[in-house]
Design a protein. Structure first.
Lengths: 387, 387
């Protein structure tokens, strides 16, 4: 039995605890918000992430610390490392928290990404992030940026963006300059905080969820097909129709990241699929919304495997038990009865107050074939107009 | 979202909460023991079941109350009914808490049972329990008892027995008289508190788990094959080889009980199978150890269906997802790593201190065929010598 500390107490932390209790573990959460989805299920310390005395209290007696979102300050993790091991390692957070660092890291490892560039290079950015010189020269200056990344392009904040926040599609030099000088600067008003990315007209959005334990054992779930609306994940599908070639590409890329970071825990990489080729868009050093289907759809859920990896246990099977669909409940909830009466519907509610664009829950189906699965999805559409 | 109160905070309550949180419900436990398996997962009031002011505090704001063991005092339930509905109904507890009342109730409903009789009828027992006059006359007096129930027979306490406690096989009149006058009297020294039952050389022990909601919808899990040692359940199997005739017998008997009690919640009935015929041995008005396989082995677990029934939601599918085995971990735990490395092993630990004969956890497998399942069971035997 391990005492597991979790930074962040949202729905991901809640599902971590729900998966970890059956293995006999105990949980303690740390989250500045006191009424978060995990707070009823375990001890919960509600302090600022910079409050070192609270962090020390939190760490007392813990065997291991993990986190459920990638924007926890790296300094917090570094501080906690004095008291207990933290998995995934802090370096994974550093790579994932900045889109420019992240994509440069992918490139270094030979993992294809959409074209990208940053602005304001002349204001001090060096190659300390591992960016090679050729790239540096290509993206030197705003004017030449436009030459490299064609319109339409996507202007994003390098940090703290999620669920489509901090992103805008720009169609012209005028829109880009406007974005740079007005709305789309970062919190400190720095255009340095922005990245301009190629707009990929992808065939599909796919994600791979990988897990690696201390012994270096690695397992992968099958590639997941993701459908977004307004930048927020709405539907994830495990269709069984992923080619072994595509699966191998994804596993190869994930393996490179896991090895480079000496990673322990669950790692998610989101890809664009274009003409049978995968382009890495971003990664999350944690369990992921697109992996919620694993709770019922795989012998071992991503949450249980995260707990197993963090506690140095053998990893569990990641094989899918059928074709699966996961429907996100965003902003507003359907009537629970109308969902629960659908045969095979697994309803997950996070006990959060409804609010626009907020993830409040999800529904999973595990079925034998896509036809049956599609019928279930259609029934959800009837019961839940927001979907 | 409902606030659900649970009387008893053992592993069954723990698994109820783990199943109910995903549906968005909140839990509060009441159990005299303060360090019980559920106490970390939710609010927990540790007071005596007779403490009405504590019960009132417990009931405050609850939408519904349920219980996780059948020896909770009926008076406690009756008291709580003033504040919130209690499911299953108190009458189910009354029927299940006394083996004589229980078996007489089965007989009234036309459900076959092993032969049974009680001693000390002359000391005041009337037919208020619905015992018919023919039966009364047959079991009048100890001497004639022996004529009716042949040796070997099983002498049991009528109340508070579980896991083989309060039971003894008697092989002769001398052993019976000794049992009656010495060890096997009830807490008050009354032989009235004992029941003598036919020793059935059964072919199999089977249990059915049924669930009924407020609207009267009923669902059944498939009959479960149970293997005991020293009176304690060791292994439950869902083999897929139950004949439809046997399943129908069991469902018919369960339906009679559910209807007679206007039951809401999960009900378990344990049977002896002898020559293709089912004899009801006992019932439990709650989720049951023999149903733990449903967590992974069915689309909806017995725990989720208990929560659904208690909150007036539609019942979920009870279809098995494969052949299943549930191995109980009794008295002592195996090394977790040796279990978790078995592909497909679902380990459930209750966070209880090891003690002889104590249920500390269980392991479930869901497989495609019995051959694979047997291999997994054999691997558990290698890793866990107590099994």
């Amino acid at each position: 039995m391990s005492h597991i500390g979790v930074l962040g107490a949202g729905q991901l932390g809640r599902m971590l605890a729900l998966a970890g209790y059956p293995l006999g573990h105990r949980f303690r959460f740390f989250d500045p918000a006191s009424d978060s989805p995990s707070s009823l299920l375990a001890d919960h310390l509600a302090f600022d992430y910079a409050d070192t005395s609270a962090l020390e209290k939190f760490a007392h007696g813990l065997d291991v610390v993990t986190y459920e979102f990638e924007n926890v300050p790296v300094e917090t993790v570094r501080y906690l490392e004095k008291f207990a091991p933290v998995y995934p390692p802090a370096i994974a957070l550093e790579k994932a928290q900045d889109r420019f660092v992240e994509k440069s890291f992918f490139r270094e490892l030979g993992i294809p990404t959409p074209k990208f560039t940053i602005n304001g290079l002349s204001h001090g950015l060096t190659d300390e992030n591992g960016l090679n010189k050729q790239t540096l020269s290509r993206i030197h200056g705003e004017k030449r940026t436009l030459d490299e990344v064609e319109f339409p392009a996507v202007l994003k904040t390098r940090r703290m963006g999620y669920d489509g926040k901090g992103q805008a599609v720009v169609h012209s030099e005028a829109e880009l300059i406007s974005g740079l000088s007005h709305g789309n600067t970062d919190k400190n008003g720095q255009a340095d905080g922005l990245i301009l990315e190629e707009f990929v007209s992808f065939d599909r959005e796919l994600s791979i969820i990988a897990v690696r334990n201390k012994s270096g054992d690695v397992k992968f779930y099958p590639l997941i097909e993701n459908h977004h609306r307004d930048g927020i994940l709405r539907l994830s599908l495990v269709t069984g129709n992923i080619s072994s070639d595509l699966q191998k590409q994804a596993e190869g890329y994930a393996t490179k990241v896991l090895s480079a970071l000496n990673y322990i825990g669950v790692l998610t990489i989101e890809f664009f699929e274009k003409d049978g080729r995968l382009l890495a868009n971003e990664m999350a050093p944690r369990v992921h919304n697109s992996g919620h289907w694993t709770i019922e759809g795989s012998a071992t859920s991503q949450f249980e495997n995260q707990v197993r990896a963090a506690t140095d246990a053998p990893l569990g099977s990641t094989n899918p038990l059928g074709v699966c669909a996961m429907v996100n409940l965003i902003g507003n909830l359907p009537d629970a009865t109308s969902i629960l009466k659908i045969e095979g519907a697994h309803l997950h509610l996070y006990d959060k107050e409804p609010r626009a664009k907020r993830k409040l829950g999800h529904i999973t189906f595990v079925e034998k074939d896509m036809e049956t699965l599609q019928k279930k999805i259609d029934l959800v559409k009837e019961a839940y107009e927001l979907f």
